[in-house]
Design a protein around this ligand. Structure first.
Ligand code: MN
Length: 730
């Protein structure tokens, strides 16, 4: 029989049992510390009972015992003892850190975090659930192994909870933990969990299978023993020593066969599996050759997982033959080492051999995840690894409630807000990441917990398009801006037209009655009346054009063209100033009196920064341009109108400014100046250096400053150098 790991619930298990088992493979473990961890757990859970009525501590003890069976390290086992104390007993992670060690505290924190993840239902896909776990695994893969041990024991004792809860937990296990155990290559845990899921999800099928398998037991045992004998004889005939085990397949795999083939148990004959363990890889293939020549292989059932291991590191040869009694049997051929990896998968990495990690790197992806995890700044590379190996496409962040969202790499809190809900995005005023306020431009990292702050008064601004990375958010912002713009333009257009018509003693209403208004839009090439009104509001169609398209007004209009032109501009600018004042955005550098969803451009000629006195000009069809009050380079050819503008104190981003520095030429002066500028916290975007006659140097630094006062400070700091002759903003 296979000596598969036995994960049964042990009701009389004690800490001494657990520690004795640890000693058998890890004699140098710190048993005092492990006992201390256990005692801490026992004390914390002392007043709690499980659904079965047993003292709660039996659960962490069994979880730890499972970890011992998987040959996990001492920290994992201690985390097994303590895995529920933070969540269920209000023990602070700091206490674990102080009393035990930081590593165990970290593991318990990770476990607590996993328990807060809201896993999606099956319909939403296993991949996503799996990715959530990857986020948790990225910190320390042991977290997930302890979690699997926890889940296994909960499944083992699931009969004590309500039917509904049994089904729910079993489904979740099947959707999340089984694929996870499979991906981590811990097949012993995977098969065990699968059988337990079947037991609680389809008890009728499970017990029928169990009964049938039991009924055939004596026959089967004989059959297995006979087959074992024949197999090992054949192999020995060819000088191959082997250890052979045979067992019925797990119920779940029989069940899957039954459902896949649509047949009943009686019709499933290949319920037996044999495992041949040999000394090395050459012997694996030799054994295969012997078996294939002695028994008839079933075509298409041979798989070589030695040459091409499964992605989880599993290696073995699989074949199916017509056995000695003319029944199909499955045979797996592998080495001892491969067998261990097959049973314990990634857990094999923590196996202690003479007190040190055996540190095999067969599961490269886990190794890489762990390695990359140590270098958190290498986030993009880390994501590449995750992506390649697990097909994960972006950044995974949590809501404060533990829901996970996948966002594009480089996503900001604003992307997150729109991912949560369009309305949340539209009203987003700020965000906290891991409890700290961050700018909306902040780049989210996997594992971040993001909390969005909203305000009913908030509306998106055009700058947001530069902040978001996801096309969904971009589209939503554009749609919103367009909708608002159209509404505003429509309202403005209607007002402008009414006013213009009034001076000709008519109105939209009476021109609609005569049918002239409805004809005008066709003349202008608009598709409907609304479009014409909107075009007037946006300035795309001049009011004069509309007037000229109305036959009864045409002649008078031409006479008044000049006058009208001016009036039109006046009305437009007046309208802009009349519009309701909205709350200012932190994302707009400049607040335009009355409006904030209009294009605001900072004039390049004078490049004003906060603190500079400024003036704004409305340029028809081109929005508002902001100049310094002193700037004279206005395009006089255009008809412009002033508009009141002021700096937005809430705007937190830096403005680039060019500063020219003339110095005496001296070696190293550029780096000295750069250091000086950086020393006051000002970032240099670029620097241009030029030699001047008379051993002088000219430098232009493009610095990023918050406002005018920071610019002055920067200039003063540069001036304080002896070599510096002059400093000017350019
Ligand atoms: Mn637990």
């Amino acid at each position: 029989m296979f000596q598969s790991l036995d994960f049964s619930h042990e009701r009389d298990l004690t800490v001494d049992d657990v520690l004795r088992r640890v000693e058998s493979y890890y004699p140098d473990a710190d048993f005092d510390l492990m006992r201390k961890a256990y005692e801490m757990a026992e004390k914390s859970h002392s007043h709690q009972k499980r659904s079965s009525g047993e003292p709660y501590i039996i659960h962490p003890l069994n979880v730890a015992a499972t970890l011992v069976k998987l040959r996990m390290d001492a920290d994992s086992i201690m985390a097994g003892f303590l895995h529920d104390v933070v969540e269920d007993c209000d023990v602070k992670p700091e206490e674990i850190e102080k009393e035990i060690n930081p590593a165990v505290a970290q593991l318990v924190v990770g476990l607590t975090k996993i328990s807060k993840i809201n896993f999606k239902t099956r319909e939403e896909g296993q991949a996503e659930n799996f990715r959530k776990m990857v986020v948790a695994m990225a910190k320390d893969i042991r977290v997930v192994i302890v979690k699997l041990a926890d889940r296994m024991h909960n499944m083992r004792t699931l009969q004590y909870v309500s039917d509904a809860k049994q089904k729910k937990i079993a489904q979740e296990t099947l959707d999340i933990y089984v694929p996870l155990a499979s991906r981590l290559g811990i097949n012993s845990v995977k098969s065990e969990l699968e059988d337990l899921c079947l037991r609680f999800m389809h008890p009728d099928i499970y017990y029928r299978l169990a009964e049938k398998v039991a009924m055939k037991k004596s026959d089967r045992d004989d059959y297995i023993n006979d087959t074992l004998e024949v197999l090992s004889e054949k192999l020995l005939d060819h000088g191959l020593k082997s250890e052979i085990k045979g067992r019925p397949k797990h119920f779940y795999s029989i069940y899957k066969k039954m459902t896949a083939r649509g047949v009943d148990f009686e019709q499933i004959h290949d319920i037996l599996a044999f495992r041949v363990i040999v000394g090395n890889i050459t012997e694996c293939y030799k054994g295969l050759g012997i078996i294939h020549s002695a028994f008839t292989p079933i075509p298409g059932r041979f798989k070589d997982y030695i040459a091409i291991p499964k992605v989880n590191g599993y290696q073995s040869l699989h074949t199916m033959v017509i056995g000695p009694k003319a029944e199909r049997i499955e045979i797996q051929i592998r080495t001892d080492e491969m067998d261990e990896v097959a049973e314990t998968g990634v857990a094999a990495h923590w196996k202690y051999k003479e007190g040190i990690h055996s540190g095999k790197t067969k599961l490269d992806w886990v190794e890489q995840l762990l390695e990359f995890n140590q270098n958190v700044t290498n986030n993009s590379e880390f994501m590449d690894v995750v992506k390649n190996d697990l097909d994960v496409g972006g950044v995974f962040v949590f809501t404060p409630h533990g829901d996970v969202f996948e966002l594009r790499y480089g996503a900001t809190p604003l992307d997150f807000a729109f991912a949560v809900h369009t309305q949340v995005g539209i009203q987003c005023v700020g965000a906290k990441v891991n409890g700290k306020m961050v700018p909306l431009r902040y780049t989210l990292k996997s594992g971040d917990t993001v909390e969005v702050m909203t305000s009913k008064n908030q509306t998106p601004s055009k700058d947001w398009l530069n902040i978001v990375r996801s096309s969904r958010a971009k589209t939503k912002i554009k749609q919103y801006l367009l909708k608002i713009e159209r509404e505003n333009h429509k309202e403005m257009g209607r007002d402008i037209l009414e006013k213009a018509f009034r001076s000709y003693d008519t109105s939209i209403k009476s021109l609609t009655k005569t049918g002239e208004f409805d004809k005008a839009y066709q003349t202008l090439g608009c598709s409907n009346v609304d479009e014409m009104i909107i075009n007037v509001g946006s300035g795309k169609n001049g009011v004069t054009q509309v007037l000229k398209a109305i036959p009864s007004l045409k002649r008078k209009v031409i006479e008044n063209t000049e006058k009208e032109k001016i009036e039109e501009i006046d009305q437009y600018s007046q309208k802009l100033n009349q519009a309701a004042r909205r709350k200012s955005h932190r994302d707009n550098a400049v607040i335009v009196d009355g409006l904030d969803d209009i294009v605001v451009r900072i004039a390049r000629c004078c490049n004003p920064i906060p603190g500079d006195p400024i003036k704004g000009y409305i340029t028809r069809g081109r929005g508002i341009t902001v100049h310094t009050s002193a700037c004279t380079r206005m395009d006089q050819a255009e008809m412009n109108r002033d508009v009141q503008v002021e700096w937005n104190p809430a705007f937190g981003f830096k403005h680039p400014v060019n500063v020219r520095v003339i110095t005496h030429d001296k070696p190293g002066i550029l780096s000295t100046l750069s250091k000086t500028i950086n020393s006051i916290g000002v970032n240099i975007r670029s620097a241009l250096a030029k030699s001047l006659p008379d051993r002088k140097g000219s430098f232009i630094f493009e610095v990023e400053v918050k406002d005018y006062s920071e610019l002055l400070k920067t200039i003063a700091t540069i001036e304080s150098h002896d070599e510096v002759i002059s400093v000017n903003r350019v």
